[in-house]
Design a protein around this ligand. Structure first.
Ligand SMILES: CC(C)(COP(=O)(O)OP(=O)(O)OC[C@H]1O[C@@H](n2cnc3c(N)ncnc32)[C@H](O)[C@@H]1OP(=O)(O)O)[C@@H](O)C(=O)NCCC(=O)NCCS
Length: 199
């Protein structure tokens, strides 16, 4: 298979590929200063004519860049799922998506194309994750949460049940989200408030 991207996230994706028994035949990056990822040398800029029958994954964490590059690629996309991820049989996963070590995806959730479900993230039942979303390490999505295209759900954040997060949002690391979030919003902090005292 092929990888596009030679930054930090690419090292994670290369590890997943290795643990899935895949061999990386070429590694593309437009930054010619980058030399190698996990022992695999960088081939150079993306080249449509190399390994035309090999599938590719865009191993770039930034949602906007991943989205832009996906429109320039002619190789077919493939998804990578680390063997340690726990994914219910009813879950659907799009193409080009990467499911990282230890993540959990529960019943009837739908995961789009070019999504990252990063280390140890939890997506509970009936969630809908649109294309180019990044669910960062340790984030928790409760049941029936919808995440709009290209949004970043920050590391260790928690999205309460039944909420809708718009497109192109950034949910800051450690946020507790208890209300719907409009498109393009940047959110941080713990918005929870005391609603009653525990007896
Ligand atoms: C929320 C976020 C988008 C804010 O970024 P920013 O606008 O550049 O904010 P700054 O770093 O300039 O910080 C501004 C203030 O917000 C605070 N802050 C930043 N991130 C915060 C967060 N997640 N929660 C609470 N406060 C935060 C800073 O401490 C700073 O406070 P101060 O004004 O009192 O000094 C960013 O910090 C963040 O959490 N991004 C998500 C990171 C992530 O999980 N990435 C996944 C990688 S795999």
């Amino acid at each position: 298979m092929l990888l596009y991207g030679a930054g930090g996230h690419a090292g994670v994706v290369a590890g997943i590929a290795r643990d899935c028994g895949k061999i990386i035949k070429a590694l593309f990056d437009d930054d010619l200063q980058k030399i190698a990822v996990a022992g695999t040398p960088v081939t150079g800029s993306y080249n449509t004519e190399l390994f035309v029958n090999e599938p590719i994954v865009i191993a770039i964490g930034n949602n906007r860049i991943r989205r832009r590059i996906s429109g320039q690629i002619t190789h077919c996309f493939v998804s990578l799922i680390h063997p340690s991820a726990l994914i219910d049989k009813t879950v659907t996963i799009g193409t080009g998506t990467v499911i990282v070590h230890g993540s959990i995806i529960q019943a009837n959730s739908r995961i789009g194309n070019h999504v990252i479900v990063n280390t140890g993230a939890t997506i509970d039942h009936d969630c809908e994750i649109a294309d180019y979303v990044h669910i960062a390490p340790g984030a928790v999505l409760c049941g029936k949460v919808c995440i709009g295209e290209s949004s970043l759900i920050g590391a260790g954040s928690c999205i309460a049940p039944n909420l809708v997060i718009g497109k192109n949002c950034i949910i800051g690391a450690g946020s507790i989200v208890t209300v719907n979030i409009p498109d393009s919003a940047v959110v941080r902090g713990n918005s929870s408030r005391v609603i009653r005292l525990n007896a």
